[in-house]
Design a protein around this ligand. Structure first.
Ligand SMILES: C[S@@+](CC[C@H](N)C(=O)[O-])C[C@H]1O[C@@H](n2cnc3c(N)ncnc32)[C@H](O)[C@@H]1O
Length: 353
């Protein structure tokens, strides 16, 4: 996956005036904090360098993960045409950039974020892609939040962003608008468990169409989503993806359900990560829920298909709540040819031997 060309050039322009060694240092520091899931009360993105480090080291990967998850949602619910998005822990607006590519129907987004430095970069990125215009889009009662609103057109279509600098761990639901699409990507891992619960409850209350949670593809990320899966099911949510059922998850520790997206690395991305390889594989977990049950029944491919000469092994999550390994050989031409085309994370509608 590649970032869209206009986003890539906006990033290149952003990095033109950046000191590469400062960027590398900031990226390394940030990567360590994320990897160790440090929760010490300090913001990971604590200054401008950290914000630029985030853009260089993490933005392409989190964009890829959110894009892939939303692509799946769009595929499962072709009638879902959101016009509004609420994105919390928005960072530079990664999930909004991704959603706007998948859903051209989107007209407006509210982005809630605590770091002024990443907000400034997000605004700059949006302004490089869209033309500024004055207007208020989301109705938030005056005085409830420090307001920073920018609206725009020209982002392929009319599109407005409304940035709110706020702490999502204490934000009252009344201060958030309802939205067709609600997203929290790579955010829960920065919050204590109680706060995760508080936030997800608020987000579910605000969801008119789809709520998407994305987390790092680690056992800890999976565990966080499993907790929210259970809690959301108890609140009458229905799972759109990745689970093909709402029964107990058959993926048990030490295994964990996660997916992977290959993201192309830019020069800055390589520099920030001291990498030579021109791509990276971002592992992610996600959960998309809605009030409505999806119309389709499917099986989910849980890992990279193992292909050897004349034989393909595929691990599947089934609609009956079981996990199964499907083995197909050239003897069954139809199944074999279907299995040759599927990938880790994709859906297969029906598996018939
Ligand atoms: C890993 S970044 C993810 C950014 C973006 N969602 C993405 O996918 O690229 C997590 C973001 O959540 C923000 N965040 C963490 N705790 C927060 C809080 N209590 N209130 C508001 N934002 C918060 C951080 O400042 C950071 O920008």
């Amino acid at each position: 996956m590649q970032l869209p060309a206009n986003l890539r050039s906006a990033l290149d322009e952003l990095f033109e005036q950046t000191n590469p060694s400062e960027l590398e240092k900031a990226s390394n520091r940030l990567t360590r904090r994320y990897r160790d899931e440090v929760l010490d009360g300090k913001m990971h993105i604590s200054d401008k360098n950290a914000a630029l480090g985030y853009i260089a080291a993490r933005f392409p990967a989190t964009y890829g993960a959110v894009y892939s998850a939303l692509d799946e949602v769009a595929d499962i619910c072709p009638s879902f045409l959101p016009s509004s998005q609420l994105d919390v822990g928005a960072g530079p607006g990664t999930a909004v950039f991704a959603a706007s590519r998948i859903f051209p129907s989107l007209e407006k987004a509210m982005l809630v974020e605590q770091s002024n430095d990443i907000i400034a970069i997000g605004k700059e990125l949006f302004s490089r892609l869209i033309t500024e215009k004055d207007s208020d889009i989301f109705a938030v009662k005056a005085g409830e939040l420090p307001r920073e609103t920018s609206s725009a057109t020209g982002f392929q279509y009319a599109f407005s962003t409304n940035w709110q600098k706020a702490d999502i761990s204490t934000l009252s639901g009344e201060k958030l608008p309802k939205a067709d699409l609600v997203t929290a990507s790579y955010v829960l891992d920065e919050l204590q468990e109680k706060t995760q619960d508080f936030l997800v409850d608020r987000l579910w209350e605000k969801t008119v169409g789809v709520l998407l949670l994305v987390e790092p593809g680690t056992p800890a990320g999976f565990k966080r989503l499993m907790r929210q899966r259970q809690r959301l099911l108890e609140q009458s949510a229905h799972i759109l993806a990745p689970c093909p059922h709402e029964l107990t998850c058959p993926v048990q520790s030490p295994d964990w359900c996660h997916f992977s997206v290959r993201v192309e690395r830019s020069r800055m991305h390589k520099l920030a990560k001291q990498a030579v390889v021109p791509f990276e594989d971002e592992k992610y977990c996600y959960l998309a829920v809605s009030e409505k049950k999806p119309d389709v029944q499917y099986c989910r491919i849980l890992s990279r298909p193992q292909r050897s000469s004349g034989r393909i092994n595929i691990s599947l999550c089934l609609p009956n709540g079981e996990k199964n390994t499907e083995i197909s050989t050239k003897k069954n031409k139809k199944l074999y040819s279907l299995m040759r085309r599927v990938e880790w994370g994709s859906r297969v509608e029906k598996i018939k031997p």
